[in-house]
Design a protein around this ligand. Sequence first.
Ligand code: 6R9
Length: 635
Amino acid sequence: MSNYHIKHLEEYYQVYRKSVREPEKFWEEVAEEHFLWRKKWDKVLDWDFNKPEVKWFEGAKLNITENCIDRHLATRADKTAILFEPNDPNEGAEHITYRQLYERVNQFANVLKQQGVKKGDRVCIYVPMIPELAISVLACARIGAIHSVVFAGFSATALSTRINDSDCKLVITSDGSYRGSKTIDLKGIVDEALESCPNVETVLVAKRINSEITMKEGRDKWLQPLLDNASKEGKAEVMDAEDPLFILYTSGSTGLPKGMVHTTGGYMVYTAYTFKNAFQYRENDVYWCTADIGWITGHSYIVYGPLANGATTVLFEGVPSYPNFGRFWDIVQKHKVTQFYTAPTAIRALAKQGAELVEAYDLSSLKVLGSVGEPINEEAWHWYNDTIGKKKSPIIDSWWQTETGGIMITPIPYVTPTKPTYATLPFIGIQPALMDENGKELKGNQVEGRLCIKFPWPSIARTIWGNHQRYKDTYFSAFENMYFTGDGAIRDEVGYYRITGRVDDVIIVSGHNLGTAPIEDAINEHPAVAESAIVGFPHDVKGSALYGYVTLKDIGETRNHDNLRIEINQLISDRIGPIAKLDKIQFTNGLPKTRSGKIMRRILRKIASKETDNLGDTSTLLNPECVQEIMDTSL
Ligand code: 6R9
């Protein structure tokens, strides 16, 4: 069916119009023709953004792993499903075929069952980018357990918070992980986290770095011997389309991280369909997404989307700078990568290294270049387009979120003409709206407002784990009958979208969403700190970096500010992770506040970004005098 693979702009408009006029009919056709269902649905869509409630393919039965693995065995058993490229290039790549993937997922699923994991149980996966990570994700899906992957760069505190929030009884991890020339003691972090997770009964440990670790009697088990004894065959659990597939945590502007819940049927249909089209994927392509499976990009576009299409997906354990800054290009050359999907922060870091490191490699296999995670600035866009793509591989600047499950606004390569810094047109089935601050929709082109989506798409997150009210408050309360994204956007004269960034208190550092509140909470734990406020400021590699304003308690003596800075960053590193460390810490006597006591981050943001000409009206502040002091001592 042509609807499944769009080949030119006119076809895009045709299919788009159909998907908007008759969304149920459109998605029903896609679902029917391209997936394996144990039973078809009774109803395609049921939705109400006021409740809010969204259900796709209600009544349908399926298992996503049968779609990602089993059904390919007839025609692609010996094709590489996962191409593992280890941290150390000398270790050599590992090709896992669809047949081997089938066997390894079954073995892992059987081990989970032996350990007492049942349909609906939550399993926490804290594993580096090694094959066991993708396999454990699929093994959970195979038996209907809900996986909660926690990025293996998060700290013990961040891990325990997530384990407890979704009440995971089993944790999968590894002895340690490689990161460039360093090793990380992952099991040690898990041990520390589990001191505050009384409900965890079992820890399965994969061996990766062969380090000496302590195994807690009765709780910790080496994975490999269990796998070796498990059967390579196994039946997939039959799931309802609306059964939860996974929980993935994303930072909120306040309080605990939000455990976004994605369900099975709609998520599968949308990630597979977007993968096929947004990357113009063809049968013998080698697709590589450099994200970590610990983020939504890895879930949807390393694991589920590619495998549902029977693709070869590269899984890279290492970092772009090891053994040197040519590593990405070395991998592209070695595996003849056709689609390459990365983040602006990586592009900027690599662009800084100069062209020689690129020119040494043959990148002629590349057909499509993707960008995701934050706005891509013009300079980075051109470098990517010229130096990597040689102006012949279109850049797809794809905008989407953990909450949306799949790509929402993106050019379709070789179909949509690109424009630097623009995510361009809504994907098939996506109905964006720009809203002004009073809740009115801005119609027509050449407008700027808050980005909302008017109509449900199949992979929208259905709730926040254990807190449906927060789901409603965060996404469905700002604008009536709309999903609010938290981002601002411009629609230009031809209807192209440019995402301008967050309009809430989430700051995106190197593509990672960080909420200001948990970082401020960590700083405030320091005994010398009275109060703090975090804002983002432009950074040429990270996109945004963090600037902290800190007021100290008056204890009648002066403190060494350099030592305090180190201690504060250590606290942040312990509580959240090194990615949340502050680039600048300014000590001040006060923070600007509204009369109701809210810190005016808007003003601090301008000072941090050195945009002090127009601070707006500060006279309504509770303490306007502190603004001058902050400007005078700004870093
Ligand atoms: C997939 C992912 C979501 C936030 C999102 C937005 C920013 C993502 C972007 C982009 C501009 C793009 N974002 N892609 N901004 N252009 N192409 O990154 O999910 O980690 O949940 O982040 O990232 O601000 O709201 P997630």
